[in-house]
Design a protein around this ligand. Structure first.
Ligand code: PLP
Length: 420
């Protein structure tokens, strides 16, 4: 079995726990920068390539600052995410707005920022026009339906997923927008999530390049950019092989040259909206064992819960666990590692072989840097935890404090509720 290593020393984690208390997500700035550069390198051949970091994966402005300093833009899907991108100084084409079932005020905010809007549905053309007028550039999100296999528990099969528009709607949408004076067009798709097979991701590019050629041939419209969405996979399990990002870049280049260049579309720029792979592997949820319980199974109760990382409960997702100070100890105990919610699926690990764990031990739950805290919630009145950044100079910075009871009760106007 391949190993899953911590991105920093155990001492660093002990230091963070002593200074800030547990639980916390710890993010590795250097790892994030390396990852972003790896993707940029893989697509260095592509004219005007830009990665728009999917803000939903880790919606923290300190992380967006890192992305901006690396030349990345942002992919936003909501009003709050647009505000975060704006706060770090992103504007115009740096931001793409890929939403669904979109409220009018969110379109208005995206228009105000000059963001590139990816329309999720044909009916959104009229809705957008009414909300803020049609911009000069519009992008359309494509859902190929049964024409393309794929999907998983996270995103669904294309024909069962709520996102994007059909082929017919997309063609009609471009026609309608062209007739209404829209000058520039883009295409977008996102039909897969957490994909580790380079070939599948390359196949998505093939599908989009063929679509661009068809649009030119049938409508006489040359699309300006193609956004291949997110979905780059993360090897959560030790036995899984990392996605070969360079192979994805190379395969997409091959398809670009095979399909777009001969069709006179060699100026199309490419974009992506990766979230998971950019920050996911560079985050750890650090939590302390507070209880042991032995009934029909052996349980380790920790001070984190689903409020801090929902993926195991939501998708039955595997997140590797390292027990600090016991990395070389045999994994000869089988535990369910659980949070404190009144939900039996509030478990970070089920029947997992681990070294013997004692109350007080620190556990590092791997790959928490994307779709981790962001998905958290306040069921049972649980408070979301702090976020720490291990900076390039080795220092640790708190980039989000933990929620307080006052935050939880802030929306309740009731006299006897304590605010501390
Ligand atoms: C529209 C859109 N773009 C990008 C992403 C990022 O996907 P990932 O984090 O899997 O790369 C998502 C994820 O939910 C999404 O919905």
């Amino acid at each position: 079995m391949a190993e899953k290593k911590l991105f920093c020393t155990e001492e660093k984690i002990y230091e963070a726990a002593a200074q800030f208390g547990t639980p916390f997500h710890l993010y590795d700035e250097q790892g994030i920068r390396r990852q972003v550069r790896e993707l940029a390198e893989a697509f260095a051949w592509a004219p005007g390539f830009r990665e728009h970091y999917a803000v939903k994966a880790l919606p923290n402005p300190y992380i967006l600052e890192i992305m901006k300093s690396e030349g990345q833009g942002a992919d936003c899907s909501s009003y709050a995410e647009l505000l975060l991108a704006e706060a770090v100084g992103m504007r115009g084409a740096e931001i793409c707005f890929t939403s669904n079932n979109t409220p009018a005020e969110e379109f208005q905010k995206a228009c105000d920022l000059g963001a590139t809007i990816n329309l999720d549905d044909f009916t959104h053309i009229a809705f957008l026009e009414k909300a803020c007028g049609l911009p000069e550039v519009i992008s359309f999100r494509y859902n190929p339906g049964a024409a393309r296999e794929g999907g998983n528990a996270i995103i669904g099969k294309p024909e069962e997923a709520k996102y994007g528009m059909t082929h017919e709607q997309l063609m009609q949408g471009i026609r309608v927008c062209r007739d209404k004076g829209v000058k520039r067009f883009g295409l977008h798709t996102m039909i897969v999530s957490n994909e580790l097979a380079a070939d599948y991701l390359i196949g998505t590019a093939t599908m989009m390049f063929e679509l661009a050629v068809e649009i030119k041939q049938t409508l006489g419209v040359e699309v300006e950019f193609i956004n291949l969405g997110g979905g780059l996979g993360l090897a959560y399990r030790p036995e899984e092989a990392d996605l070969d990002v360079a192979a994805v870049g190379e395969g997409v280049r091959r398809e670009y040259e095979r399909l777009l260049v001969p069709a006179g579309l060699g100026r199309i720029t490419l974009a992506m909206e990766s979230g998971r792979l950019m920050t996911g592997p560079h985050g750890l949820l650090v939590t302390r064992a507070v209880h042991t319980k032995d009934i029909y199974r052996h349980y380790i109760g920790v001070d984190a819960c689903m409020a801090h990382l929902m993926r195991p409960a939501l998708y039955d997702a595997y997140h590797h666990i390292t027990v600090l100070g016991k990395q070389n100890a045999p994994a000869d105990h089988v535990y369910d590692v659980v949070g404190s919610l009144c939900e039996n699926n509030d478990k970070f690990a089920v029947q997992r072989a681990l070294p013997q764990i004692e109350v007080g031990d620190l556990l590092a739950i791997h790959d928490s840097g994307a779709h981790g805290l962001a998905m958290g919630f306040n069921y049972n009145g649980k408070l979301r935890c702090q976020e720490l950044l291990l900076q390039a100079d080795g220092s640790i910075r708190q980039i989000r404090r933990a929620e307080t009871i006052a935050d939880l009760f802030a929306t309740l106007d009731y006299p006897d509720l304590p605010m501390e």
